[in-house]
Write a protein that binds this ligand. Structure first.
Ligand code: CMP
Length: 140
């Protein structure tokens, strides 16, 4: 298995409830290392650009409104098989379908306010990491 990097976002519902540390502990306990991290408040244009792949979906407008409703924490997680490992730690997109012990099962409020985002493929991880970070920001 290869060491990978994946892009994670702690979403506004989680930062509002001061859950950054608890969520970061889940990543670290699973063997993922936080090798870059920044807290920022996305503009509407930035949220629309980040989620451009979903722009034809019915939930796109509401998703972008939510993602710029408060601060987010963008981060790069590194580890063996990091993309899939992070998706396991996060749990299913809809918290109603998430396994016990996952971040979304324990913290998410709804399918939209689902506490975390994680890249779904190596190709998207590279694009999403570059959206938030330069190479100089990522310290393994
Ligand atoms: P995320 O992994 O950030 O990718 C796109 C987001 O759209 C997703 O998590 C959800 O928060 C949000 N979303 C809202 N409604 C839906 C839906 N019906 N299906 C999938 N994603 C949705």
């Amino acid at each position: 298995m290869a060491v990978e990097q994946t892009l994670s976002i702690i979403k506004p519902d989680a930062t509002r409830r001061n859950l950054t540390g608890k969520i970061n502990a889940r990543f670290e306990e699973s063997g993922l290392r936080i090798v870059a991290q920044r807290r920022l408040h996305l503009s509407r244009a930035q949220a629309e650009a980040f989620y451009a792949v979903h722009k034809e979906r019915s939930f796109f407008g509401d998703l972008c409104t939510f993602m710029c409703s408060g601060p987010v924490v963008a981060q790069v997680l590194e580890g063996e098989n990091a993309i899939e490992r992070n998706r396991e730690v996060m749990g299913a997109t809809n918290p109603a379908n998430a396994d016990e012990g996952t971040i979304r099962k324990d913290f998410a409020e709804s399918i939209e306010a689902n506490s975390v985002h994680g890249s779904d493929s190596p190709e998207n991880a590279a694009i999403e990491i570059a959206f938030f970070f330069s190479a100089i920001d990522i310290v393994g």
